[in-house]
Write a protein that binds this ligand. Structure first.
Ligand SMILES: [Zn+2]
Length: 293
């Protein structure tokens, strides 16, 4: 049976039978793979503890008819242990793993997403930056790598140079006064600067930001993510977001139907929607704040 070896990060695990587990890995070379860890739920398992979410492992598998089976797993980094000690980092890491799972396809190599996730988990485990900021930086960059880079300065629709005050999810970020759809939000300029810094990896600006702007920023980052993950997002890749006609459903240029008329709906509603579905992290942040109060 053909064997292969790769390094990967465990995204999630599911029980299989009495003692086995299906392990979903994002690997460096092969993209996302689902493999069987035989007997890993037994306490005596040789590598059970290495195949837990957020663990980075070097795995060897043999190809099966349906699912491949792990034959060896060596730990390369045990961030999972570190992250699990703190509720906030644990839930933030869980949201990153889930996002990576949603943004990648099985057996489609995606080195950028792999390196991004690896860097974000390492950064979160090192604890140098606020975990909420690390998460938001990860979400924004993961979206950018997936082809949905939000704009926080120039107009997302016509490209007019910013800064602009109005912000519209469906348009892809900040919009100028000409392009601004009705009901666009108007976040604080500092929040937009923070998001731009997170996207660019400018930690000196991000670390100096205030709690208020971090909260507003994480709301927008989560809303962006929800917007792209909840709708038939694949087809959106075909859209040229700089083309104002692309958001006009009556235009003959529209080649997709997944994006409905919502471009003209009040953005606040969409935020409410995003809030309702917002990741566990948001709730964890709230719980952590409540616990501190
Ligand atoms: Zn514009």
């Amino acid at each position: 049976m053909p064997l292969y070896r790769d390094e990967g990060i465990v995204l999630r695990t599911q029980k299989l039978g009495e003692a086995d587990r299906i392990v979903t890995l994002l690997t460096r070379g092969l993209g996302k793979v689902r493999v069987v860890g035989k007997g890993v739920r037994r306490t005596k398992s040789r590598f059970g503890a290495r195949l837990e979410p957020a663990m980075m492992v070097d795995v060897q598998c043999y190809e099966g008819r349906n699912l491949d089976t792990v034959t060896q797993a060596e730990s390369l980094a045990s961030w999972g242990d570190v992250l699990a000690r703190d509720y906030t980092t644990y839930t933030a890491a869980a949201a990153m793993l889930e996002t990576a799972d949603r943004l990648t396809e099985e057996r489609e190599p995606n080195l950028q997403q792999y390196l991004l996730l690896q860097g974000a988990l390492r950064s979160m485990a090192e604890g140098v930056h606020d975990p909420g900021l690390v998460l938001d930086a990860y979400l924004l960059r993961a979206l950018a790598v997936a082809g949905w880079a939000p704009s926080f300065h120039d107009c997302a629709r016509c490209g007019a140079e910013g800064p602009h005050r109005a912000f519209n999810l469906a348009s892809g970020g900040t919009v100028c006064s000409v392009c601004r759809p009705p009901g666009s939000a108007a976040p604080a300029p500092e929040t937009l600067s923070l998001l731009a810094a997170l996207l660019a990896g400018d930690w000196s600006i991000a670390d100096a930001s205030s709690g208020r702007h971090r909260r507003e920023g994480s709301t927008l980052a989560s809303a962006f993510l929800q917007w792209h993950l909840e709708r038939g997002v694949r087809s959106l890749r075909l859209v040229d977001r700089r083309d104002p006609d692309a958001l006009n459903p009556s235009s003959s240029r529209v080649t997709w139907s997944a994006v409905p008329l919502t471009a003209t709906e009040p953005v606040d509603e969409r935020f409410a929607d995003a809030f309702a579905a917002v990741t566990k992290v948001e709730q964890a942040h709230a719980a952590a704040r409540a616990a501190q109060a």
